[in-house]
Ligand binder design. Structure first.
Ligand code: GDP
Ligand code: ZN
Length: 299
């Protein structure tokens, strides 16, 4: 007979939290407290929240024995394998910054993350003009209100089967939306009284919460500052691909191999903007981002 004390079980799971050298791995509907196998340190592999891992467990404790290949990872906060980034902007208080949204969508596409655009606080103003801009992109775009509950079901449906994070400036309503989705979580919302405690220097340990068949990352502090620091600039060669609605037109530019879609002769992207097929605001964001990185050379 096997002694249950020494019986090891092997599972494939997902790291939902990391703290003080322990990894909390959800597998088979249970969370196991795991240490990383010593071999990782010598190979310089550090498991991240979001990683799919192999574990060997005994009781509720275990060891991470292998990390599956990652689709993507972010440095700040350190998380792996995000499928969707919910980019939140409020229609009022504060009004949306479309350039920031476009930087975040480009950043997401660059990292193989699908952007979802949420115009929040739609009880305070009309989201229609903003929705119209993003209708011309392939990104799911919706209006939500944490106060009336409008759109929350549609946002929830987009979490199914995905690991999702929320991004956007402070005060746009990220915590309120996450709380509407996960009523038990009760993240502190950004009322003036607790603003001081939530600056961008606050260290947070990221945690994933199961939501149906997906996961939500509890990162209301996942600000655009964290995502868009200088080390994350997208090179000019890669930038057009980060605006997926340009894709059908790029092969039609007259000088396909050299067209930067700026002022180039015979640019089909520019023609699509003039015909109203590509949103002029999106194209303007592309131009600003291009100007910002045009001096940086690829190595
Ligand atoms: P965060 O910093 O992005 O996490 O934003 P919070 O969720 O903390 O919200 C910032 C402020 O906006 C708080 O005072 C919320 O009560 C308010 N707020 C959030 N969502 C809504 C909404 O849908 N409608 C209205 N009217 N106010 C909201
Ligand atoms: Zn072009």
């Amino acid at each position: 007979m096997t002694d249950p004390e020494i019986r090891m079980n092997r599972y494939t799971g997902k790291i939902i939290h990391a703290l003080s050298g322990f990894y909390y791995v959800e597998a088979a509907d249970v969370v196991f407290e795991c240490k990383a196998k010593g071999a990782f340190r010598s190979k310089n592999i550090s498991p991240l929240v979001g990683d799919t891992v192999e574990i060997e467990v005994n009781g509720d404790k275990g060891v991470v024995t292998a990390v599956h290949e990652r689709k993507n990872f972010l440095r700040r906060p350190p998380v792996a394998d995000i499928d969707r980034l919910f980019i939140v902007s409020s229609v009022e208080r504060p009004r949306p910054n479309l350039l920031l949204i476009d930087k975040l969508t480009a950043f997401a596409v660059y990292h193989s993350v699908e952007p979802v655009i949420l115009f929040s606080k739609c009880d305070l103003g009309d989201p229609a003009p903003y929705l119209a801009v993003y209708e011309k992109t392939p990104f799911p775009t919706l209006a939500v209100s944490a106060v009336t509950g409008e759109g929350v079901d549609r946002a929830a449906a987009l979490i199914e089967g995905c690991t999702c994070a929320f991004a956007g400036n402070s005060g746009v309503g990220k915590s309120s939306i996450i709380n509407a989705l996960l009523p038990g979580l009760e993240l502190a919302t950004n009322d003036i009284s607790d603003k001081l405690g939530r600056g961008k220097h606050t260290t947070r340990s990221v945690r994933l919460y199961r939501y149906g068949g997906g996961f939500i990352m509890d990162t209301p502090g996942f600000s655009s500052f964290d995502l868009l620091d200088d080390s994350e600039k997208i090179l000019k060669e890669d930038l057009p691909d980060c605006f997926p609605e340009f894709a059908p037109f790029i092969p039609q530019c007259r000088f396909t191999s050299s067209c930067a879609h700026m002022n180039d002769k015979g640019c089909a992207v520019k023609a699509a903007v003039e015909q109203g097929v590509v949103s002029p605001g999106r194209y303007e964001s592309y131009r600003q981002m291009y100007e910002d990185v045009k001096g940086i050379k690829a190595y």
